[in-house]
Design a protein around this ligand. Sequence first.
Ligand SMILES: [Zn+2]
Length: 778
Amino acid sequence: MTRVKRLSANFGTLVGALVGVNALAGLITPVPEKVPCAVADRQDFEIPDRVQLAGWLGARIMANATNRLEKLDTGRLLEGYRHRPGRQAWDGEHVGKWLHAATLAWVYTGDPVLRAKLDTTAAELCKCQLPDGYLGTYLDKDRWTEWDVWAHKYNLIGLVTYMRYTGNLQPLATCLRMANLLCKTFGDGPNLRDIITAGWHVGMAPTSVLESMVLLYRLTGDPNYLGFCNYVVRSWEQPNGPHIISRLLDRRGVNEVGNGKAYEMLDCLNGALELYRTTGDSKLLDVCLNAWQDVVGHRLYITGAASYCELFHDDFDFPNNNNVGETCVTVTWLQFNAQLLRLTGEARFAEQLEHVVLNQLLGAQQPDGAAWGYYVQMEGKKPYSGDLYGHCCLSSGPRGIALLPTFAITTDPDGAVINLYEAGTAELTLRDGTPVTLKVDTIYPAEGHIRITVESPSTREFSIKLRMPAWCKENSIRPADARRGDDGYFALRRNWKSGDTVELNLKLEPRVVVGDHLNQGRAAVLYGPLVLAADESLLADTQRPLNSLALPKTDLAALAITPEPAPADHKTWPGAQVFQINATTQRGSVQLTTRLVPFADAGITGERYKVWLPLSAQPSGNLLIDGIESRSRQGNLNGSINDDSLQSVVTTYDGQRATEDWFAVTLARPVSVRRVIFTHGKNFHDGGWFDASAGKPRVQIQRTADSAWGTIGELNDYPATTATNGQFDRLTWSNRSFTLSLTRPVTFVAVRVIGMPASGDNPQQAFSSCAELQAFSE
Ligand SMILES: [Zn+2]
């Protein structure tokens, strides 16, 4: 099969350039399944070779294929199988996830290098199977205890995807042996093992093998595999099971299902939808729709992330930086919405897809595609990693990107459906067999104008359905007779002929979302479909640290949010933009203009970013909040001591000894103060506190910018600590506050707390920590 490699991954791809390729070069027909589905899909997802995306998403898809999937070391993927038990417990998952993503990417690009790597990797994986069918990374004695059913799941999904798209059925025997071993090992009959006890998270990890087994059942028609799938669903309701069916039918929150582990649960639900498609058991669809409603209503971060510490939590419990937004959850949430879109054809699922893709998913992928983030939080630094040593998420992210061409533009019983607005071409075959090509010209989301041109060998009546984004308040469609259907799409039905066009204008506007619950007193800024963030790399001209930045108001006129072309270090694609905004410092004393950046491109230079920005505080609060902070040594924690948050701490740790440490805040103009509060950050076995044996920590000030530091008092309530201490419990010590109260107001432009750092159990060094330095007028 000769096919043509398409666009290159580099950022310089011409906007809207439509590379006409492959119209006659053999398109792929997947190996057909033996078992017909009981439920017909409402939308037909596309085989990726029919679709070519040439905008922002297109650049990220090519970057994923060429800089990640093609470059990943095959030896590393197979290492845990060749040298069991591998370097860690779930090392076996990576190769199957890679096979799935790389197959889809190869179908999209036609790249022969990637295909050769696929062929080798699939064959080499099959060679690692043990004679009884086992294809996990565990030693015999440890089988079926943690993550090896899980590895079989990914090996099956990877190899089945590879076989169906390449037509090479050589791995089939390996898949059958794997599946037969699972069927022989697990069940609720005599002498069979309980699958719930074969892995973590109340059995949700091992039972997420459901999706793979349904796909293998449809491919082969072996009724044993369907029997196994039905057993898996029954096992969920065992007394020791996660109760996925009963609790979700009862409309309980997903946080009350199993242990609330988001990735494994969503994987189970994706399997349930595949089983519903196969058997038509509508209870399974109801379960999933209830789960979807619960997540969208109560458990979705503003960027489309859906967990922290990898779990679903209580309603609206959204901390911004507590291991937020596991990328595996982002990808399974995307897959869940894609499944629901295929099955129901309802635009509300495509709406979620656009949102999670343009924000959280692209935000987890390094723009050049070479690296991924594990937890991609609402503030902090992007934790990009170029290898697999950060584990699960680093092989999940590429699967999400590789799926984009399957649902960007689809067909349904009425005609064609546009789900994602992106420059490119889709060569569709309507359900009546009519070939229709749609060409899309746009630089969305950099602008809201989209032109769709029809190419068809004959004039044919069908619908072109357009998704109207929920954020869009003003729009126009030409021709003007589009009708909103029950599925939520706007349909244009007519006799279409070659050259006909649809012109869509979506007015892109800024929006401000005022925070509630844990984000009370903060606000987030959006522009069209994009969630924006402040990024330290764009604050240099304001001379302000990220933590001092605030929004003066929530009304749009005052903020004057205006898009402009991104500077070079944020030019991740030709349409990349940043957004000028009127901001202020936290107490509102300094007005400044700065720029926000899409969450997807936030933190890409390695600097800190923040989605939820404080609304400027009332003047009665901490007088130091607008100041510039400094400390005696930079240390190893990059928090802030004047952001009114005890979560963001700093230390002076640099592995060296020191006899003096200080934490200071300098102000632009003098303040009059009666109270100074110093709060420690974290203490450790080897330091973090002050050694008070030669005197308690002192408070010093500068009365004017040029004057010397002078002591105005000490922290009298500081305990009698020593360098090695023993006076107090380290755990309760973190975040303890100490106060200097003044009998009469003192005026200064800078204040610091100075003391001797402690060395704990390592006398080779000493350091101290600080969460916050505050000053108040009363
Ligand atoms: Zn993960």
